[in-house]
Design a binder for this molecule. Sequence first.
Ligand SMILES: Cc1cc2nc3c(=O)[nH]c(=O)nc-3n(C[C@H](O)[C@H](O)[C@H](O)COP(=O)(O)OP(=O)(O)OC[C@H]3O[C@@H](n4cnc5c(N)ncnc54)[C@H](O)[C@@H]3O)c2cc1C
Ligand SMILES: NC(=O)c1ccc[n+]([C@@H]2O[C@H](COP(=O)([O-])OP(=O)(O)OC[C@H]3O[C@@H](n4cnc5c(N)ncnc54)[C@H](OP(=O)(O)O)[C@@H]3O)[C@@H](O)[C@H]2O)c1
Length: 386
Amino acid sequence: MSTTAAPAATYSMKNPFPAQHVANVQLNGPGSKKETRHHAISLDGSGLSYMPGDALGLVASNCPALADGLVKALGFTGDETVPGKDGQPKPIAQALIHDYVTNFADKKFIEACVAKGVSELAPLLVPEAADKLKTYLTGRGEAHDYLDILTEFPQLKFAPDEFAKLLRRLPPRLYSIASALSAHPGEVHLTVATVRYDIRGRTRKGVASTFLADRWSEDTTAGIYLQSQQKHFFLPPDPNTPIIMCGPGTGIAPFRGFVADRIVTGAPGKNWLFFGEQKSSGDFFYRDEFEKFIAGGKLKMTCAWSQDQAEKVYVQHKIVEHGAEVWKWLEEGADFFVCGDKTRMAADVDKALHEVVAKHGGKTPEQAAEYMEGLKKAKRYKRDVY
Ligand SMILES: Cc1cc2nc3c(=O)[nH]c(=O)nc-3n(C[C@H](O)[C@H](O)[C@H](O)COP(=O)(O)OP(=O)(O)OC[C@H]3O[C@@H](n4cnc5c(N)ncnc54)[C@H](O)[C@@H]3O)c2cc1C
Ligand SMILES: NC(=O)c1ccc[n+]([C@@H]2O[C@H](COP(=O)([O-])OP(=O)(O)OC[C@H]3O[C@@H](n4cnc5c(N)ncnc54)[C@H](OP(=O)(O)O)[C@@H]3O)[C@@H](O)[C@H]2O)c1
């Protein structure tokens, strides 16, 4: 590709590299209730490089159909000029696709609606209604976006500039890199859960995950940049060090990169991956690859299928079940990695590890907590959770 591309060091969040999307494959099979996709992005011509554990920043754009709906609800033609996020004038139809958050409204907009006489929304703005306001704006299955509010209150009228000023700038999204340059030269791979849900009869789309799934065709480019995570989430420098990786759902992403890198570079350290998803039949991401590594004696893998039986089985249950061996690996010097859901999974896995250390290390809860603290200080317990 281009030999005139800017040097890698100049690519950043502010000056992203225009990259091509070279693969987009659904990882779920029949029987799955989920939409998780493997994406490959070419680094060709960028000079960019990364380490296993790093993240990719993606400058995605909004669904044009939502922008179109908003233009119509506002009574605009779409050609009205407003400042884009760089301050330069552009047609509002374009700004609503590329520059501003359109899939969630915020408090500033509610205040503007009330100021324009929509008294029905005023009760949401009193301090005691903070929780109600949060639910109204972001609640699961309840969130109201701009289109909902403009449709419900058609008397609302905004000048194009006035409306644009109320919007937040659209931020880029980060994704854990699911590849290794040693094994997948010139590419970045991602494992992304596509965010789609219905509220009040309309399908809502997560901006970046549906941009990747639906709107980034192979013949267009999108801005990317790399974010080093090597301060907190890195493979042990000694290739002999055993590693235990816990990555349910999309949390598997960095570990696909870790395992591939350790195998290609001939790292002698043992690799153990705990993976969890709903169904073994439809949600075993990268199954062929991992089974090949298992058969070759390069990987130990323990899976928790949460919906293969009546009772939920999660990765933390498997960690406790295999506690004696987990403890043995830790005592042999293994690093322990966790990636994926922050709010529930990472906290539950942390509890399970304390339990394992207490039970198999013969420690009190306080001593187990001290041991875990020691692992963290030694950078042997590393998490990348979101
Ligand atoms: C370091 C890092 C690494 C990451 N790695 C990965 C990764 O490897 N794979 C991955 O898939 N993601 C990853 N993420 C998350 C990713 O950055 C995005 O947040 C995610 O893809 C959603 O972005 P989106 O633009 O598609 O959705 P957005 O437009 O941001 O919308 C998502 C929002 O929709 C809300 N929502 C979802 N369902 C409902 C509902 N029913 N009702 C109301 N609201 C709802 C969610 O709560 C969330 O706030 C990572 C995040 C970080 C910080
Ligand atoms: N904050 C939240 O409430 C919430 C909820 C869901 C997803 N998410 C986010 O949504 C994105 C996509 O999720 P994902 O597709 O990667 O997978 P995920 O929703 O994290 O699910 C992966 C697997 O983890 C299981 N799981 C659910 N709760 C768990 C827990 N407490 N401990 C351990 N495992 C648990 C799931 O089981 P079941 O599905 O059968 O319960 C499933 O088998 C991520 O960004 C995640 O952080 C957030």
